[in-house]
Design a protein around this ligand. Sequence first.
Ligand SMILES: Cc1cc2nc3c(=O)[nH]c(=O)nc-3n(C[C@H](O)[C@H](O)[C@H](O)COP(=O)(O)OP(=O)(O)OC[C@H]3O[C@@H](n4cnc5c(N)ncnc54)[C@H](O)[C@@H]3O)c2cc1C
Length: 511
Amino acid sequence: MPESRLTTNDQLRRIAIIGGGTAGWMAAAALSRILGQETVAITLVESEEIGTIGVGEATIPPIQAFNNLLGIDEDEFVRETKGTFKLGIEFLDWWRLGHRYFHPFGVYGIDFGPVPFEGLWHRLRLEGGAEPLDRYSICATAAAAGRFMRPQTGGNTPLSHIGYAYHFDAGLYAGFLRRQAEAAGVSRREGRVVEVCLDGEQGLIEAVRLADDSRIEADLFIDCSGFRGLLIAEALGAGFEDWGQWLPNDRAVAVPSANVGPPTPFTRSSARAAGWQWRIPLQHRTGNGYVYSSRHVSDDEAAATLLSHLDGEALAEPRLLRFQTGRRAAFWVKNCVALGLASGFMEPLESTSIHLVQAGIARLLEMLPTRRFEPADIRRYNRLMTAEFESIRDFLILHFHATERDDTAYWRELGAMSVPEALQERMRIYAATGRIFREADDLFTKTSWLAVMEGQGLRAQSYDPLASAMPLDEARARLARIATATAAAVPHMPTHADFIVRNCAAAVASP
Ligand SMILES: Cc1cc2nc3c(=O)[nH]c(=O)nc-3n(C[C@H](O)[C@H](O)[C@H](O)COP(=O)(O)OP(=O)(O)OC[C@H]3O[C@@H](n4cnc5c(N)ncnc54)[C@H](O)[C@@H]3O)c2cc1C
């Protein structure tokens, strides 16, 4: 039987977003911008009484595409969120105590036709003539010098390879997006959802009922209600796949501190006895947090460790956050799509959560349903989002597993655990040949994998056979030229602090 034809009657008319944290307002801003209010009415429900998680201050470069989609002026955005720029992450004490490495954005060197940069680098590392990886990265070199600028377009200079993201105040970011979304016609409803009403026939969500007894009906519901997944889990029963066996951190204690010195253009991640500590510089304060495993350290001890490792004076009492690592068994069920913490959570080591919200929104737009909610669309969305979550999960596990630290039970357990097959395979290929293969939808590039594999102490025994195609002397000369050009380019960049003062300093730099 041919399917009955789609009519305008089948088109979405009302979308309800439940939750007004970062995920809810990102969804509201993007959907209203793309869909307009002519055809679809968008309502966002949030509860001030419940509040938001209020953390999530470091990002990765794809957020620029999201801002472009919204037509956001970057200087205004950084000013309004009291933000700074991020060229990558500095990892301290991860491989061994006292060791430092940098995971830069952008790229290492350049590929020479089919001969990948890392193939030549591994060859020189084994046969003589390789410099440390950082010297081939404009982001790593600039970060070490405290410098920042946007990439120069055109020209054969390392300055055209600058990759960057932002640090910002999570509360100000949600407020910024809210203004965008409301200006585009999103209507906000204050109130607590007390019931999710399903239709008896197909089990679709018909409406949510608020504490004041009003009902909000919609065709499509976006669950941005945070960890509990009010719609996707509590009403529609989507299960949870727990990844605690690989990523055992389940708590964080966070505290802002006073700035000391100019802001660094990078996030710092310092490994601790039972987890790791973040340091995120903003214009008006520094964000800090210790992410840890509650099986290995008490909350009091974690808070004491955090407070004893601040650059400046603490500006508030430490705040405890509990979380579970894993993903929803399905991200899209019937007429409900979960975004943000409602869809799952992986700890913030590589600042990937806000990106996953963005990826979910992009895919939802790509597969924007009609009111028929085609099962094939839903399956595809769930398959692609699962792959995205899993590839990030494996990248995170690499940091914890590939380590020589054995000074605490926490690190000994992580070093000894058995990791997912796909990651084992990547590590085996790297150890044998230094090669890194990127699967179609992998978020992290080969630069990221190379930085972390090397930084965590993996050493390739050989190199890509394609690297033999270039005479050794030529390979040495080419890589030397890249390192020289990179070092020469950095002094042309302003300091990070100067760049902010000149372009996007916040009006009132108060905490
Ligand atoms: C320790 C930690 C550090 C993090 N750091 C980073 C980072 O550096 N980078 C990054 O990308 N991400 C980070 N994240 C993740 C990031 O904070 C979240 O992905 C992001 O804030 C999105 O949260 P959310 O909007 O899904 O949930 P929430 O902020 O929890 O918002 C939930 C919303 O739902 C509403 N709500 C809930 N129940 C109801 C109800 N019954 N009725 C009405 N409204 C309701 C609430 O009021 C709120 O508005 C971090 C997370 C943690 C835990």
